[in-house]
Design a binder for this molecule. Structure first.
Ligand code: IMP
Length: 526
């Protein structure tokens, strides 16, 4: 920061993104003053100049780029700057704010695209990360500073102590799974004080996983391959208006009364339809009221928190779980999850209006995977598929199941781009293809002699469709040591460019390995 050093503090009322007019005392030639706070990344370099305004040595900055000082996400202490001999004694905000940004991140395929890694990379550049749908059916692994962290419900933004992490009301929360995850992160020394849980989020109740499993068994060959985490049954109850919300934990009398009624329905189904054991009302009450005590500090109405962030121009990241093709409406129904992992779902699940969204990032693997059943036009069921599965460690984070593997499907990706307004792509696991002589990309489908450029709604047609491929040369070079997009082999860059072209969106990030440093950022999609 030129010759400046930090002294004292301004007023603790400063808001993230505000720029301050700084009256410098003495030294009229002092080049500028400063301000703003957020993440360190934005500080380097500090290409701003100064401009003399006003009288008595009042100066304000002309920013070519905003300056963020490390470790202050706003509202707390704002460092003042000593410019040579000129001490900044006070400052007042001018009516200028950073451009607010709301970035939605969605999985563009059938989940497991490596979203966690991209979220982790963006999370320390935003003030708030919001999870808006799904539950502990999701799972992602983030490797930070050589250490592996697993996430199911809690946003991976929690690795940054300054990031506010919100579990939004579109999520279904299994309190037991939540507390276990919280304990694990706390035991690893992660600071969880900035975690917020919406009181409107629904809860997975003990009978939901049981009904999930029994329902799957009853479907026999037509089973969906769910994660058995009770996610579908919890969303069913939400829609049926017999669900329990997190806020109900703070109303024991209401919880008890409602549970008595709901359990009559559930036990009837369990015993008469499935021949299973009924649940005991008092046991559930004891268990959940026990959770209530521990969860209490995190439970909040997130409406004012989100509105405050929007009004103060903060950077918000909405982290999606699962993927577009698992969406209840847009996906391969009924082989889908029970929520909306799309940009639209992110808005309803958080309460952020679509008009405030500034960017939608789609995360895609450089090939395709899916767990569970359902159509998968580019699936590789041969030794090549097995080899990609092994190289890419394609086993579920939540259930450990082997993932089905196939070529990149641009018909799916194009559909995801179009239905979500994806304007930036993160392409992950490119290094998994390093050893291949040639690589296929599905550009379109042919079904009953007819060409299709997107997945059809009729899943039995989709199941029997023929993928149209183009074959491109592999690069036969290890890419993991590349530290910039330009360092990638020519054939690899050609593959990435072709994917962007077929999907209709820019590939802004390319990942060639599990660590943060393996993500090659061409443009930061914030
Ligand atoms: P459910 O979400 O457990 O009901 O499972 C429904 C379908 O979504 C199954 O095919 C699951 O394998 C799939 N699914 C759910 N969560 C994920 C995920 O995080 N990654 C990939 N597939 C998922």
């Amino acid at each position: 920061m030129r010759s400046g050093s930090l002294v004292g503090s301004l007023r603790p009322v400063a808001q993230h993104g505000q720029i301050f007019l700084v009256p410098c005392l003495g030294q009229p030639g002092a080049p500028f003053a400063f301000v703003a706070f957020g993440s360190l990344e934005e500080c380097h370099p500090l290409p701003f100049g100064g401009q003399r305004l006003g009288q008595r040595g009042e100066w304000s900055c002309v920013f070519h780029r905003l300056v963020f000082l490390a470790g202050d996400p706003g509202n707390r202490i704002v460092p003042a700057v000593r410019l040579g001999e000129t001490e900044v004694r006070s400052a007042r905000p001018v009516a200028f704010r950073t451009a607010m940004s709301v970035t939605i991140l969605v999985g563009g395929q059938w989940g497991d695209e490596g979203k966690g890694k991209v979220i982790d990379l963006l999370a320390d550049k935003v003030h708030m990360v919001v999870r808006s749908q799904g539950g502990n059916n999701a799972g992602h692994t983030v490797v930070a500073q050589g250490k592996e962290h697993r996430f199911h419900l809690i946003p991976s933004g929690i690795l940054n102590p300054d990031t506010v992490c919100v579990i939004g009301h579109g999520v279904v929360v299994d309190p037991n799974a939540f507390l276990q995850e919280l304990d694990r992160h706390q035991a690893e020394g992660i600071d969880t004080r900035n975690l917020v849980l919406s009181e409107r989020a629904h809860m997975v109740m003990p009978y939901h996983p049981v009904l999930d499993k029994l329902g799957e068994e009853m479907r026999g060959d037509d089973r969906l391959g769910t994660t058995w985490r009770g996610i579908g049954p919890a969303y069913e109850d939400k829609v049926r208006r017999i669900g329990f919300r997190i806020g109900d934990l703070q109303k024991p009398a209401f919880l008890e009364k409602k549970l008595r009624f709901v359990l009559r329905l559930k036990n009837e189904t369990l015993t008469r339809l499935y021949g299973a054991d009924p649940f005991d009302e008092h046991a559930i009450l004891d268990e959940y009221l026990g959770y209530a005590e521990r969860m209490d500090p995190y439970i909040r109405d997130i409406y004012p928190i989100i509105q405050d962030a929007l009004q103060n121009g903060r950077r918000i990241l909405l982290e999606g779980a699962q993927g577009v093709m698992l969406d209840l409406d847009l996906g391969t129904y009924p082989y889908v999850t029970s929520s909306s992992p799309t940009a639209g779902g992110a808005c309803t699940g958080s309460g952020i209006p679509p008009s405030r969204v500034t960017k939608t990032v789609g995360v895609f693997e450089a090939y395709t995977t899916r767990v569970g059943y359902g159509p998968f036009p580019t699936e590789l069921t041969d030794a090549l598929g097995d080899s990609i599965r092994e190289i890419g460690s394609e086993y579920g984070t939540t259930t450990g199941r082997p993932r089905r593997v196939g070529w990149f499907d641009a018909a799916v990706a194009r559909y995801a781009v179009a239905t979500n307004g994806i304007d930036s792509i993160a392409l992950t696991k490119v290094d998994v293809l390093d050893s291949l002589d040639t690589i296929k990309i599905c550009t379109d489908y042919v079904s009953k002699g007819e060409a299709w450029d997107h997945p059809m709604a009729n899943i039995s047609h989709l199941k029997h469709t023929d993928a149209v491929y183009e074959e491109v040369p592999g690069w036969k070079t290890a890419t993991r040591s590349c530290r910039s997009y330009e360092e990638l082999p020519d054939a690899c860059r050609a593959y990435v460019a072709r994917i962007g072209e077929l999907c209709g969106a820019a590939v802004d990030m390319v990942s060639v390995g599990p660590d943060r440093e393996h993500t090659l950022v061409r443009r930061l999609p914030l």
